[in-house]
Design a binder for this molecule. Structure first.
Ligand SMILES: *Cc1c(COP(=O)(O)O)cnc(C)c1O
Length: 343
């Protein structure tokens, strides 16, 4: 189904599974945990960006675009899935990958791993930047787009994480999908947890919960920014999306964001994150990642241990994917296992 009459490109079969996690729930001493398997979207090893890309690339195609330009870090899941989606739809793709100093040399000399390996596999044109500041990225995107136009191409630009009101629609749709599955299962979710980075996923769930999941509190666990800045962005994006859809005002209450689980910063693994990854793997066979979902689950676990969530009720963890990012962190994983004495 296409929401609010917006064009949508088909990139996966839906719905993604909704599963109970009895062993993980027991290991944590309750509440009753469920997982929404958005890591199992069909495309390019899966992940949350597929829902956003269905609406973004639907719009790109309806506008007659032939080349998609987007951006992210060297290990961006969003960039990898944009490349996969473009191949599936017959579009050209340029990825502006901006990372810390040394990224250009590293990308040129080191074997590509994880998401970057898949970007290469899809034959995306990759432009690496040593500077991940917003102005540097904007300038590089502009340059790529102008060059494409000069050569007679029709570029369509997607912001970092696909987080604009068009991309957000994908997660408004996810809330509607969850509401349908919850009804079938006869379960009402008291809380929903999700990793939040570029904010589009939480903004969509926040708005979608206000529309379709009354009684479910959406929690974002931030993997980079502080809670105040992240809440402001989620609320602004949700309001902008509501305005675009012609919904009366902004129906959702203020976003809830937890920022105690970031650790040293974006993409730097934490001990609590590794613990959460191992627990989810060893109780339920799930694959979480150290950048997003591991930190998000560590937040959920932390709030249970602090007694803030309580031990009853139903809690939904939205698994947003990210496994290729785990496979790129071999050294950090090995280091963690040597610290715990497992190897
Ligand atoms: C991008 C991403 C997120 C965060 O989604 P945003 O919409 O950027 O906040 C969470 N998990 C994974 C695996 C991601 O790739």
């Amino acid at each position: 189904m296409s929401l609010f009459g917006r064009p949508r490109a088909r990139l996966s079969s839906w719905p993604t599974p909704l599963e109970e996690c009895p062993r993980l729930s027991a290991a944590l001493g309750g509440p009753h945990l469920w997982v929404k398997r958005d890591d199992l979207t069909d495309l390019g090893l899966g992940g949350n960006k597929v829902r956003k890309l269905e609406y973004l690339l639907g719009e790109a195609i309806s506008q007659g675009a032939d080349t998609v330009v987007t951006t992210g870090a060297l290990q961006s899941n969003h960039a990898r899935l944009t490349a996969a989606a473009c191949r599936r739809l017959g579009l050209e793709v340029v990825l502006v990958l901006a990372d810390q100093a040394g990224a250009v040399a590293a990308a040129a000399s080191e074997p590509a791993r994880g998401n970057l390996l898949l970007d290469r596999l899809y034959g995306a044109r990759v432009v690496v930047l040593d500077d991940d500041s917003d102005p540097a990225i904007a300038a590089a995107m502009d340059e790529v787009a102008s060059d494409l136009i000069r050569r007679g191409r029709r570029p369509y630009l997607i912001p970092v994480g696909g987080s604009n009101p068009i991309g957000v629609l994908g997660y408004v749709g996810a809330a509607l999908e969850i509401a349908g599955q919850a009804q079938t299962e006869g379960v009402a979710f008291d809380h929903l947890f999700v990793a939040t980075g570029s904010c589009g996923t939480q903004a969509g769930l926040h708005l979608g919960a206000a529309l379709y999941l009354p009684g479910t509190q959406v929690h974002g666990v931030t993997i980079s920014r502080g809670a105040g800045a992240q809440m402001a962005r989620v609320d602004a994006l949700a309001a902008e999306t509501a305005a675009r859809l012609g919904l009366p005002g902004h129906p959702a209450p203020p976003a809830v964001v937890h920022d105690g689980y970031v650790g040293e910063g974006y993409a730097v693994p934490t001990r609590e994150g590794w613990e959460a990854i191992l627990l989810a793997g060893r109780t339920e066979g799930l694959v979480l990642d150290p950048v997003y979902t591991g930190k998000a689950l560590s937040g959920l676990i932390g709030l249970i241990r602090e007694g803030i969530l309580g031990t009853t009720g139903n809690v939904l963890f939205v698994h947003t994917g990210g496994a290729p990012g785990l496979l790129a962190q071999t050294a950090a994983f090995h280091h963690y296992l040597t610290q715990t004495g497992e190897v």
